[in-house]
Design a protein around this ligand. Structure first.
Ligand SMILES: Cc1ncc(COP(=O)(O)O)c(C=O)c1O
Length: 494
């Protein structure tokens, strides 16, 4: 029997074995297709209650985590269908998840998800685009191109730079350093992307003590080893010994310099302009890791911390931190756009035809192949709030960080270990005649177990310390005041 397909006006033939509408036994997704809109509506219906409670509930709740056992035993042979499955996931997830997108998660550097970004992320799932190749999705490619252009404008980076979205700042560091490795090979007549690094002289990578673990991990993945970074420190915090760096460069010549814009312990910055001067003088590649610190560019109060970043060769940053878009969201920018294609392009696989002239294949500009359209939440957030909205958010966090620094300074039992800077405040609890490292380590554990606020410990200048970071769009003065109150209450009980 022949019928007409209304959309395409093509003749189609009905199957001699039509799919039954209802069937017991195996739950083939094809039988579930009518449920798609319903289960999405179920998630949307659960959202108001969850989001409504985010600001008041415990950040992490041991009672809720009791439900984790319910996630299941062996793989079920017969599925329960999407409504039941999604209902179960929502029941367990809304109780057992760490509510890290709420306003009192100060651990690590963790943003939340603005309304526009979260909805943009849902659109990403709804459309499920293959975002690497322009033939697969001109739409996803176009959104990524606009998002990258807007991000460069937001950060004051030159429009001429190349860029690519990555899953994280670790991958953005990997992207920038892969370009540096390509550059290093080129200097020695080797195409590293094609022929590898065997036979090349070792690529020196020089940094201050602020170098982030993810830069080391990127080097580890690139074949250089995480421990090959040569750090030049002038104090226990890890600040750059600029003279030492100059001496090394004078002895060894060109190298890769990595600068940290926003280090995790106290929010400090390497002197990027001075490092750019050295890079120019000695013919180096300068990479800047600005995972969260690149957002200092949004406020005239902090933009000076990034002076010189526009002279870098590559810059890495994150969206899932201070842009407040959902995981996974990072971005890499490179001064010379062709470097990305050289480091990551040329698949040499006939079925992966190169982009049409004028189009761009982002899977040839970064480490991923198939990839989701992570540009959509970025686009949605930048479209929704604009430069001014994001600046307002960043400046609120600067104010809240100042407030936290002030409250810590005023409290007789708290000691500020570094000036509160950007979004990080490094301090410790003090008590007479106590081992303060052990006390603060115990306090860190007590805070996490308590769950009202969430903050991690670090070791700063040899001292165990707390280092809350404020980058969540929901965080208010009330949350910061509660943080101080909880730290003091739990500290006094230890
Ligand atoms: C300075 C810096 N660089 C890189 C990273 C790694 O970011 P991601 O976890 O997104 O890979 C972080 C994470 O906190 C960071 O603070």
């Amino acid at each position: 029997m022949s019928v007409t397909c209304p959309d395409l006006s093509l003749p189609v033939t009905t199957s001699p074995n039509p799919v039954p509408a209802q069937q017991n036994g195996p739950m083939d997704p094809l039988l579930d297709q009518d449920q798609a809109a319903r289960v999405l509506a179920d998630v949307a219906a659960a959202a108001p209650a969850y989001l409504g409670e985010l600001s008041t509930r415990l950040v992490r709740d041991a009672a809720g985590e009791g439900l984790l056992d319910g996630l299941g035993g062996p793989l079920p042979e017969d599925g329960s269908g999407s409504p039941a499955s999604v209902a179960e996931l929502l029941r367990i997830g809304t109780a057992a998840a760490t509510h890290s997108s709420g306003p009192r998660f100060f651990h690590f550097v963790v943003g939340g998800s603005t309304p526009a970004a979260m909805a943009g992320d849902w659109v990403t799932s709804l459309l499920d685009q293959l975002a690497g190749m322009s033939t697969a999705s001109p739409f996803a490619t176009a959104v990524e191109t606009v998002a990258l252009r807007w991000l460069k404008e937001l950060f004051g980076l030159p429009a001429s730079w190349g860029g690519v979205l990555t899953p994280s700042a670790t991958f953005a560091n990997l992207t920038g350093l892969a370009c540096a490795r390509q550059w290093w090979g080129e200097r020695h007549g080797v195409d590293v992307a094609a022929d590898g690094i065997a036979g090349l002289p070792r690529m020196p990578v020089l940094a201050s003590g602020y170098v982030h673990a993810s830069v080391r991990k990127a080097l580890q993945l690139l074949g250089y080893g995480r421990d090959t970074v040569e750090t030049h420190r002038r104090d226990g915090a890890g600040r750059l010994d600029l003279d030492g760096l100059r001496r090394t460069l004078a002895e060894t010549g060109p190298a890769v310099l990595t600068a940290c814009a926003g280090e995790v312990n106290a929010g400090d910055f390497d002197p990027i302009a001075e490092m750019a001067d050295l890079a120019a003088e000695f013919g180096c590649w300068l990479h800047v890791d600005g995972a969260f610190g690149l957002f200092a560019a949004l406020s005239p109060r902090t933009a000076h911390l990034l002076a010189g970043v526009e002279r870098a060769d590559s810059v890495a940053a994150d969206g899932h931190k201070w842009l407040n878009v959902p995981y996974e969201s990072g971005f890499a920018f490179v001064r010379e756009p062709h470097r990305l294609g050289e480091a990551f392009g040329s698949w040499n696989a006939p079925y992966l035809a190169p982009a049409d002239p004028g189009a761009v294949d982002y899977n040839c500009l970064g480490p991923e192949s198939s990839r989701r359209a992570r540009a959509l939440p970025i686009w949605a957030s930048l479209r929704a709030y604009g430069r001014a909205g994001h600046r307002a958010m960043v400046e609120r966090h600067l104010d809240l960080t100042d407030r936290l620094g002030f409250l810590v300074d005023q409290a007789p039992d708290l000691e500020l270990l570094a000036p509160a800077q950007l979004c990080v405040t490094c301090f410790r609890y003090t008590a007479p005649d106590r081992d303060l490292d052990a006390l603060n380590a115990a306090l860190g554990r007590a805070i996490l177990a308590d769950g009202r606020v969430y903050v991690g410990t670090t070791v700063y200048r040899g001292m165990t310390a707390l280092r809350p970071a404020i980058v969540n769009w929901r965080t208010t003065a009330e949350d910061v005041d509660l943080l101080v109150a909880v730290v003091r209450e739990l500290g006094s009980a230890l």
